[in-house]
Design a protein around this ligand. Structure first.
Ligand code: NDP
Length: 285
């Protein structure tokens, strides 16, 4: 028996937003949990963010996700920010507590869960190399550092972003970090436990692009990860598999970070298999 015909609303604010796949996994998860909730993709340009947040408050949104270009700008419009998101200086999920809007970041948590649950690897004491220093790398490295990773090398094309992230990790987390400018083909140092492509190189439709890494320098016992969820098996992961390395794709991270947001909004655990199946079907088409 339906007690209310009114939907509870969540969604994503971004520009661009049309190809954001989050709703593809959220709506089936709400249905599987018996929740009368809807996930809307909302095109919000940078100048309209303050009005969009005020609108979400007025319309009673239960929460929302932020994507490009809002993850940093949204901070000043919130009532509170979770400590890890404050450290990263970026929010990708907002939850509502009464009339208050609280900022969270689920990207790094999703990656951490994927490393632990999908790859069965404990990040404690590990030596990690990140290709990229953008928003995703920032969230992922901060969570890994807080989870006990020993050392993080940031390899990035632009100097400013790379050195800024290394400074943050060294000054604000227990991990040690170092910056390597990405000039030519990068050779992965011996003893690297986890190697992560946190750039957008290889993202659909540019699926033949591969990060400039000397694949012969990848040891077979290194776990090689990609943040890109589409295609699930990127050219980079395929090349690492050819070297005999274990790999972890970005689909798991996408599902797990969505499941963390789902729990923050609804208070219940999401059916992650339903979310994963929905995304795999979507990316196949
Ligand atoms: P940003 O724009 O913040 O950062 C992009 C990073 O990629 C920068 O470090 C940039 O280097 C680097 N980069 C891009 N193109 C090149 C290139 N041709 N050569 C060398 N470096 C390059 O993006 P995000 O961090 O937000 O996103 C990165 C990727 O992560 C995207 O593909 C996104 O889809 C994915 N992602 C996946 C998630 C998941 O759940 N699986 C969640 C969030 C993001 P520079 O600083 O020099 O410009």
């Amino acid at each position: 028996m339906v007690t209310s015909l009114r939907h509870d609303l969540v969604g994503a604010f971004g520009d661009p937003i049309d190809e954001n796949p989050t709703g593809v996994m959220m709506e089936p998860a709400f249905a599987a949990a018996g929740l009368n909730w809807r996930y809307q993709l909302l095109h919000v340009g940078a100048a309209d963010l303050p009005a969009a947040v005020a609108g979400a408050r007025a319309l009673g949104f239960r929460g929302f996700n932020l994507t490009i270009p809002h993850k940093v700008a949204v901070l000043e419009h919130l009532d509170a920010v979770a400590p890890d998101a404050a450290l990263m200086g970026a929010v990708n999920t907002v939850r509502r507590e009464g009339d208050r809007l609280i900022g969270e970041n689920t990207d790094g948590k999703g990656f951490l869960r994927s490393i632990r649950e999908d790859a069965g690897v404990d990040p404690g004491g590990k030596f990690v190399v990140f290709l990229g220093a953008g928003g995703a790398a920032r969230a992922m490295t901060v969570e890994l550092a807080l989870a006990g990773v020993e050392h993080i090398t940031i390899v990035n094309r632009s100097l400013g972003r790379g050195t800024e992230l290394v400074k943050l990790l060294n000054e604000k987390t227990p991990a040690r970090a170092q910056f390597v400018p990405w000039i030519d083909t990068y050779r992965v140092p011996q003893g690297t436990n986890i190697l992560v492509n946190a750039t957008s190189i290889g993202l659909y439709p540019n699926t033949s692009d591969i990060p400039a890494v000397d694949m012969t320098s990848i040891a077979p016992d290194t776990l090689v990860c990609d943040v890109i969820p589409n295609p699930p098996n990127t050219g980079f992961l395929a090349a690492a598999q050819a070297r005999g390395a274990r790999t972890l794709n970005g689909l798991g991270m996408l599902v797990h970070q969505g499941a963390v947001a789902f729990k923050l909004w609804t208070g219940i655990d999401a059916d992650e298999q339903v979310m994963r199946d929905a995304l795999e079907r979507f990316f196949r088409n």
